[in-house]
Ligand binder design. Structure first.
Ligand code: 45D
Length: 166
C-alpha cells in the first residue's frame, strides 16, 4: 500500500496551525492515540523515509530532561530556531513524520514527557480532532505531512542567527 498521493486539505491544515502551540501538541498526541495500531513503520521501503536519521534525532531528544523535551517540541511547532529545529528542518517530510511517531511511542513508554493527566483540548481543537478522525488513512497521512513539513526551521531558508549562533 502506498499513501503518497492524496489531495491536501488546506482548511484543516490552517485550522490546526491556528491553534496555540500547546494545543497543537496535545491534539497531535490525541490523534496518535486514536490511530492505535494502524501505523506500521515497516511499511514502504520505496518512500523517502530515513529511519536512521529519525532515530538519531529522536535519541538526542530522549536523552534530555522532560522540561527540555517539551521545550524542543514547542520550538518545533513554533518554528523557533534551535539545534533540533534546524536538524529537523533538514529531514524529508516522511522522516519528520517518523520522528514524531517515535516521540509518540516514547510518550507511550515514558521516555518522553507525557501529556499531564486530565489535560483537555479546547472545543476548537476537539472539533478539529473529530474532523481528522473522519479522514481515511491516506488523507490522514497527507494531512500529517502537511503539518509536520513546515515545523522546525529549514536551514536553507533561514540565515545564520547571531543570537543563538545557529
Ligand atoms: O505540560 O510512508 C502539553 C512512516 C501541555 C513510515 C504537554 C509512515 C503542557 C513511512 C503541551 C500538552 C511510519 C513514517 C505538556 C509513513 C505540558 C511512511 C506535552 C507513517 C507536557 C506513511 C505535549 C507515519 C506533548 C505516521 C509532549 C502515520 C505532545 C505517523 C507530543 C503518525 C505529541 C504520527 C506527539 C503521529 C505527537 C504522531 C509527540 C500522529 C505525535 C504524533
Amino acid at each position: 500500500m502506498t499513501y503518497t498521493k492524496t489531495d491536501s486539505n488546506p482548511s484543516l491544515v490552517q485550522s490546526f496551525q491556528s491553534l496555540d502551540v500547546d494545543q497543537q501538541l496535545a491534539l497531535f498526541w490525541f490523534v496518535y492515540k486514536g490511530m492505535g495500531d494502524s501505523i506500521t513503520p515497516a511499511a514502504p521501503g520505496a518512500s523517502t523515509v530515513s529511519p536512521e536519521i529519525a532515530e538519531s534525532l529522536f535519541n538526542q531528544v530522549k536523552d534530555m530532561s522532560h522540561d527540555e523535551q517539551l521545550q524542543v517540541q514547542r520550538d518545533l511547532v513554533a518554528r523557533k530556531n534551535s539545534l533540533i529545529s534546524r536538524e529537523y528542518g533538514a529531514m524529508s517530510d516522511t522522516t519528520k513524520l517518523l520522528f514524531w511517531y517515535r516521540l509518540a511511542q516514547g510518550m507511550d513508554n515514558q521516555t518522553i514527557v507525557p501529556v499531564p493527566p486530565g489535560y483537555e483540548l479546547t472545543s476548537e481543537a476537539n472539533s478539529l480532532l473529530d474532523e481528522i478522525k473522519k479522514l481515511d488513512f491516506g488523507q490522514q497521512i497527507t494531512f500529517f505531512r502537511d503539518i509536520v513539513g513546515p515545523m522546525g526551521v529549514d536551514p536553507n531558508a533561514v540565515p545564520h542567527d547571531s543570537e543563538t549562533g545557529l
